[in-house]
Design a protein around this ligand. Sequence first.
Ligand code: PRP
Length: 191
Amino acid sequence: MSPETEPLFASEAIALRIGELGQEIADAYRDRRKPPILVAVLKGSAFFLADLVRAIDIPVEFDFMAISSYGPDHEKQGRVRILKDLDRDIADRDVILVEDIIDTGLTASYLVSTLRARTPATVEICALLDKTVRRIAPLEVRFSGFDCPDQFVIGFGMDYRQRFRTLRNIYAWDASDPLSEEVLLREDRRA
Ligand code: PRP
């Protein structure tokens, strides 16, 4: 594998860390009266959620939300529109917001406030990648997979213009020196 296609986070390391996060979550919620509800934000978090719930050895429930971020010049400004809401009531339940990546924290911050307004028992955040250097909105990420360097990342659900989500590893993406998706997909399966 060439240095350009060296993963930032390899699938083995991701799997190991998700196993640990699953254990942490199971231990934290084992004695609760009702199973926690994991709320994943489409689309990036779908892969993480699927692996995470299978790493938790207590009963859990899960649901999805879809949102669109908008602001001037298509920049994210923490203004979020809900495109798909939860199918169910979360009052008095333990909720875990599941994100593939937290960057500025604006999206998660908005979602946590929205969820809190529905009077759940608790709301915590679980993120696979936490780009703490980019944080604007202060947030407590209770279950954090990896601290992420200040680089644009693709793979394991994360995209560049809706592509690259199916890569098993996570790579840094440089738009000024883009890698061919075909090459990356081939190398990814070999890694
Ligand atoms: C990503 C990620 C978070 C958000 C984090 O989603 O899944 O929802 O960005 O950014 P922030 O901390 O700066 O608010 P994205 O908008 O890329 O959508 P996607 O999940 O469909 O790829």
